[in-house]
Ligand binder design. Structure first.
Ligand SMILES: Nc1nc2c(ncn2[C@@H]2O[C@H](COP(=O)(O)OP(=O)(O)OP(=O)(O)O)[C@@H](O)[C@H]2O)c(=O)[nH]1
Ligand SMILES: [Mg+2]
Length: 653
């Protein structure tokens, strides 16, 4: 049997910690040897932060009572020896529940009251206001207290139909989804809107985030779940009952939330849960197995996914087996097979992505540091030639050499004006980029969209309203791309000129491609249209709803814009840092040459000493280069295990 999800995640965690440490050491070493310019330092910091904080979110989505919470208990929390997340017949989990670990917060359960729905702020914004959440401290060493506290996620309240409507749980347009009305005319709604569980569980500590969602149309009532949290999960586990197969409501959840042409089907795992209900004394194990296989095949066909991605299990028996340490029952529950698929699929993919990022980051860093070493080497060669030329020469020759260098130095310092001019054009263009993708422009765009969505009857149609907004956003990205290209060609021309004039080896870095961000925009647009297309558009009739939806949208767009800006910033920083490094090395070079000549003039035999000094510096440089290769090789090789086959194959060519 392969490694379990827990073990695989553990290994990944160890790898990440070790890797982050090595990156830190590399940064220190580079700093000690003055190889760390501002851009390289930022590159290293980003890489380290990414490796350290790499979060993996696994979302569990299904119709109510399919066993989501039970499966979470079985896979992740069996070690507590009991049921931790409430799981019971009927509707249980009433609010989306996120489990993760944040070292800055004590172990606790935080609950956001459902009334926050009456305000326009998005879930993301509420996360920034901790005082609005009800906090319950958790004692992780007391599983009983833990599970009692987590019962809160199942709490409900009774409210009038009007209140239920304002909270988004009562729709005249879709009465079949409305909750039951009791004798007093009240309806039951969740007490909480969202729950955050912070515990130092080993997997959560290593960056796993688990999202348990409530079944039924509760998903639709929280747009952020559909347009943000679920689409951003790295993997989604969709549960069905093995006895019922794909029911009509299962299918609508699958279609509404889990597939659209932009989703990567390979990150979806479908679980046929409760296979134990098929175990019966009158059927042979082979007959039961055949029945399960039939369900698998038809499920795969209906959902349009490969049959290998449909995995039969019994969450409940798996949990019992782990708690009672019953190996035979665990095998029967098929839980290990699911864990393996989960670890292979999710972790494998995640590691590949991380490995690829590390690989390209380190390769770029190596090029940048290699360039500085090269400059130093050229300077040494030049100095060597210069000094060798002085061998056997008398003092007037040496003196005139000194004044020549001194003059060169003055000329070089005067040449700074041109560099300054290029920098100010560069900055001006960058400011333009920042205003195109900055918060003010986005706010304006979002205000327009809200206004259109709130128009009575929405004459132009939702699709058109989104289409217009996204066309604007795409146009801004295209404009930014064009400005970046302009900056790049300006830098390239100036660098070429400086190289010719001063013998520099500057190379303007290629501007970042924004295609990935354009693609992200497409995905966000599609997820919104899909959400509104399937029976949720009527919700727009409520003005607060449109406002909330647009706020959720704007949070995501801001993240995309910020990431694009960060790429552009790093790019222009690395161009500027290259120039700085070259100027710094050149100034230092002048100083060294002058100093060498002064010493030759002062002492007899000084020339030979200087020549051997330069030789020694050349040797030290060679060692520095070898050490840089060694350190970066190690990091690149460490990602080798997790790097996609294709990148490796390409390198071999
Ligand atoms: N027989 C059997 N029962 C199961 C299995 N998995 C879960 N159950 C039971 O099914 C019921 C519902 O399970 P939950 O985990 O609460 O279901 P859920 O999908 O989280 O439901 P909501 O929270 O309401 O959305 C509970 O009574 C579980 O004990 C299983 O593999 N076999
Ligand atoms: Mg549940």
């Amino acid at each position: 049997m392969g490694t379990s999800f827990n073990e695989q995640f553990d290994q990944h965690g160890t790898w990440r910690r070790e890797f982050a440490l090595r990156l830190k050491l590399l940064a220190e070493w580079m700093k000690d040897h003055e190889l760390l310019d501002a851009a390289v330092e930022e590159r290293l910091q980003r890489l380290e932060a990414r490796v350290r904080a790499d979060k993996v979110m696994v979302a569990f989505v299904a119709e109510f009572s399919r066993g989501k919470s039970e499966l979470i208990n079985a896979i992740f929390f069996a070690g507590y020896g009991r049921r931790i997340m409430p799981a019971s017949a009927g509707r249980t989990t009433m609010c989306p529940t996120e489990m993760g670990y944040d070292a800055d917060v004590p172990p606790c359960l935080r609950l956001l009251p459902i009334e926050t729905r009456l305000h326009p702020q998005s879930l993301m914004e509420w996360r920034m206001v901790p005082e609005k959440w009800t906090r319950i401290d958790l004692d992780v060493n007391d599983p009983k207290q833990l599970s009692a506290a987590l019962e809160k996620v199942a709490e409900t309240r009774r409210v009038t139909q009007d209140d239920a409507r304002s909270l988004g749980f009562w729709q005249l347009e879709a009465p079949e989804d409305n909750p039951m009305v009791d004798a007093q005319g009240l309806v039951e709604v969740p007490r909480w809107r969202h729950a955050l569980i912070n515990i130092a569980h080993p997997l959560l500590k290593q960056g796993l985030v688990i999202l348990d969602t409530p079944g039924l149309n509760a998903i639709g009532a929280e747009p952020e779940l559909t347009v943000s949290l679920i689409p951003q999960a790295h993997a989604i586990v969709f549960l069905l009952g093995a006895d019922t197969g794909v029911t009509k409501s299962d299918l609508s959840i699958w279609r509404e939330h889990l597939v659209n042409d932009s989703n990567d089907i390979s990150t979806r795992l479908v679980v046929l849960n409760k296979i134990d209900t098929l175990w019966d004394a009158l059927s042979s194990p082979a007959q039961v197995q055949a029945q399960i296989e039939r369900q698998r095949a038809s499920t795969a066909e209906i959902l349009g996914i490969p049959v290998q991605q449909v995995i039969p299990v019994s969450a409940q028996k798996g949990l019992v087996a782990k708690v009672t340490d019953d190996a035979a029952l665990l095998e029967l529950s098929c839980l290990p097979a699911l864990e393996e698929a989960l670890s292979q699929g999710i972790m494998g993919q995640r590691q590949k992505m991380l490995g690829a990022a590390v690989f390209s980051g380190i390769s770029e860093l190596r090029t940048e540091a290699g360039r500085v070493i090269n400059i130093r080497r050229c300077d040494l060669t030049e100095q060597m030639l210069e000094l060798k030329g002085l061998q056997g020469k008398n003092s007037p020759v040496i003196k005139s050499m000194r004044s020549r260098i001194s003059q060169e130095q003055t000329e070089f310092d005067l040449g700074g004006a041109k560099i300054h001019a290029v920098r100010s054009v560069h900055l001006k263009l960058l400011r333009e980029v920042f205003s195109l993708l900055g918060p003010t422009a986005l706010k304006k765009e979002m205000a327009q969209l809200t206004a259109v969505l709130q128009q009575k009857g929405l004459k132009l149609g939702v699709k058109r309203a989104y289409g217009d907004t996204f066309e604007q956003l795409r146009a801004s990205l295209r404009k930014v791309q064009a400005i970046s290209e302009e900056i790049q060609s300006m830098l390239a021309a100036t660098f070429r000129q400086l190289n010719a004039e001063h013998g520099f080896s500057l190379q303007a870095p290629t501007e970042p491609s924004l295609a990935g961000y354009r693609h992200d925009l497409d995905l966000v647009e599609r997820s919104h249209l899909q959400y509104l297309g399937i029976g949720n558009a009527f919700r727009l009739a409520q003005p607060e709803f449109a406002d909330r939806l647009v706020r959720a949208l704007s949070t995501r767009l801001r993240a995309i814009h910020e990431a694009a800006l960060a790429d552009i910033e790093l790019w222009s920083k690395s161009a500027a840092a290259q120039l700085d490094a070259q100027l710094r090395e050149r100034r230092r070079n002048f100083a060294r040459r002058l100093e060498a000549i002064d010493r030759i003039q002062q002492a007899s035999g000084g020339l030979d000493d200087r020549i051997s000094e330069i030789q020694a510096r050349g040797d030290a440089l060679q060692q520095l280069e070898a050490k840089l290769s060694e350190l970066t090789d190690y990091l690149i090789n460490a990602t080798d295990r997790v790097r996609p086959e294709t990148t490796r194959a390409l390198e071999r060519v």
